[in-house]
Design a protein around this ligand. Sequence first.
Ligand code: MG
Length: 182
Amino acid sequence: MTIFVDMDDVLADTFGKHIAWYNRDFNQNLKRDDIISGEVYDNVPEAHKESVRQHAWTPGFFTELEPLPGSIEVMEALYHRHEVYVATAATQFPNSLKEKSIWLAKYFPFIDWQHQIMCGHKFILRGDLLIDDRTYNLEKFKGDTLLFTNPHNSTETGYKRVSNWEEIGNILLKPQYELSQI
Ligand SMILES: [Mg+2]
């Protein structure tokens, strides 16, 4: 089985780093649980939005991300069982391409460069399953999909959801797993 796995807000806690940098820069105490829907910049005062929007353009942002809990362990198990590729948009923010390579080498050293797809559009990917937090990526994918829950996609319907890596492991690491079970 060929599986594509997104990075931002699937492997990496990008949403959390936006909040952390916002709190640092404006001496605030915003918490993830305070955000019911929308992007982080949708949940800060108007005067602070542009600063949050600039995070992804700021050197160091993508290397400072924390892996989401369980992502390393489950990915390693999946990687040895299936054809697993990291598929991440990396051309939108030019600094992110190099930083994402550095980040993967640090936290996911078992994923070789041949299995890292640093891309733009993901609809060109052909495989069995795409795990992503953005419905605009999932809706055009021809195979099965899992939507990784995040505050910014809380109002989306019509997709099979997972909320953490334990759930992904429970679905994909079962010996009797079949695509039709998604
Ligand atoms: Mg993402």
